[in-house]
Design a protein around this ligand. Structure first.
Ligand code: IFM
Length: 461
């Protein structure tokens, strides 16, 4: 008897199930990055200081005192990185523009910085790859923070100027399929101004609520210019969302789970899709309502062409008395090195709930999904088994949500490269591609090779 196991195609390690709507050619597969996390070149070509440069330089803010000054040196190695994207066979690449690189302190264009993004977009198009461009992935120019940052309503207007400038300057370069105003306003508002875990490091829920309002206002103010300057692209925003589950089957824990979803998801999605902040949020943060001027909510709730969802994990909640919730950490469940539970079913549950809760839910993209692990190169290879399983299971969950009627148009793995993971520095590796930060050597992990094989098979029909 021949006991040799049947050959497993590498593609099978990650591929969505046979017959999945994700296998259709029009479904977009990609990978993503963000400017501060990969670019480096912090002082080149007139780039200004960002809040993350300042925050990283503040002792105790980032693990091991690391910063994004060099990161993946993508500013110089972008051609190699685009070649890797081509080798993967992705349809699209999601990246962000560094605001401090492209505008000077007076709001005038910095052409040397802008040229970098022109080269990037043209380079993508030469390789047949479309672009999903994000305007704000947290690297606010420090001079704007010095005037209050997102606590200052004026920043929303400066953001709209920046969106207008970039969409005009980059018109005619590459093939921009989508513009995104903000990546994860929840993180920018809450982690930046609510608990101080991220730049600029302020900690007060009242400030988080006001920062969120100005971020969303900036989104609303930017949309008309984006539509006018890039009429052929889709325009939207990206939110990090997670489902909450009651720890025990009690009314109090179910209420805690619902309150978590209000704080995590509805705080962002209700203003965008319903034109109002969820009233329950102010049960959780009493007296923290932001100052909202007449007309703001109409600007914020303008129709968008798509909603990007960044999905990583779930939360399990317990009530600890009225309007007080506690996160429960069960042992013996699979986790990543971020200590986030691996719970793919959460993606299906979340998407189906959004479809029920928002009659006007636009088409969705999974704009980020992926995981961090302790990856290292052995004999030129990185066998990231947990990531391969993670991707396969989340593809399957997305596929089930689509089967049940949720309109998902694309899926971007976070991240293309191991990179600067904010307050965790370089320790948490999310990449499909391993980066040796000493030598800048890139090594495709096995998940990347499997993703490439799947995309090749799909392209071949
Ligand atoms: O690395 C981040 C990214 O910048 C935003 N979304 C979550 C990722 C993992 O933490």
């Amino acid at each position: 008897m021949d006991l040799t196991p049947p050959p497993v195609s590498l593609a099978d390690l990650v591929a969505p199930p046979a017959g999945s709507p994700m296998r259709r050619r029009e479904f977009i597969f990609g990978a993503g990055t963000s400017s501060y996390q990969i670019e480096g070149a912090a002082h080149e070509d007139g780039r200004l200081e960002s809040i993350w440069d300042r925050f990283s330089a503040t002792p105790g803010k980032v693990l091991r005192g690391e910063d994004g000054a060099v990161a993946c040196d993508h500013y110089h190695r972008w051609q190699e990185d685009l070649d890797i994207l081509q080798r993967l066979g992705v349809d699209a690449y999601r990246f962000s523009i560094a605001w401090p690189r492209v505008m000077d302190q007076g709001g005038q264009p910095n052409e040397r910085g802008i040229d970098f993004y022109k080269r990037l977009l043209d380079g993508l198009a030469e390789r047949g790859i479309r672009a999903f461009v994000t305007l704000y992935h947290w690297d606010l120019p420090q001079h704007l923070e010095d005037r209050g940052g997102w606590l200052n309503r004026e920043t929303a207007y400066r953001f709209a100027d920046y969106a207008d400038l970039m969409s005009r300057k980059l018109a005619g370069h590459g093939d921009v399929a989508a513009w995104t105003t903000h990546n994860e306003p929840w993180c920018a508002a809450y982690l930046g101004y609510g608990d101080g875990h991220h730049a600029p490091g302020l900690a007060n829920p009242r400030w988080a609520a006001q920062a969120m309002h100005h971020l969303l206002l900036g989104h609303g103010l930017a949309l008309p210019a984006l539509r006018a300057n890039a009429p052929g692209a889709q325009h939207g925003i990206v939110a990090n969302c997670a489902p909450g589950y009651a720890d025990r089957d009690t009314a109090a824990d179910r209420d805690a789970a619902s309150l978590f979803e209000t704080y995590q998801n509805r705080w962002v999605l209700d203003p965008l899709l319903k034109g109002e902040y969820p009233a329950e949020l102010w049960r959780y943060w009493k007296g923290c309502e932001p100052l909202v001027l007449p007309g703001d909510m109409e600007l914020i709730r303008q129709p968008i062409d798509y909603l990007g969802i960044n999905f990583y994990s779930r939360a399990v909640l317990r009530s600890q008395g009225p309007d007080t919730i506690a996160w429960v950490r069960h042992p013996d469940v699979e986790r990543t090195t971020m200590d986030w539970e691996v719970y793919p079913q959460g993606m299906q549950d979340l998407f189906e709930a959004f479809k029920r809760d928002y009659a006007n839910l636009p088409p969705l993209y999974v704009t980020e999904n992926g995981m961090s692990s302790h990856d290292s190169v052995a004999h030129g290879e990185v066998d990231d088994v947990q990531r391969q399983n993670y991707i396969k299971q989340h593809f399957a969950a997305c596929s089930r949500a689509m089967d049940s009627g949720v309109d998902v148009r694309g899926y971007f793995i976070w991240s293309l490269l191991d990179n600067f993971e904010w307050a965790f520095g370089y320790e948490r590796r999310f990449g499909l591609v391993h980066v040796d930060f000493e030598t800048q050597q890139r090594t495709l992990k096995r998940s990347a090779l499997a993703y490439a094989d799947f995309l090749r098979e799909r392209a071949a029909g």
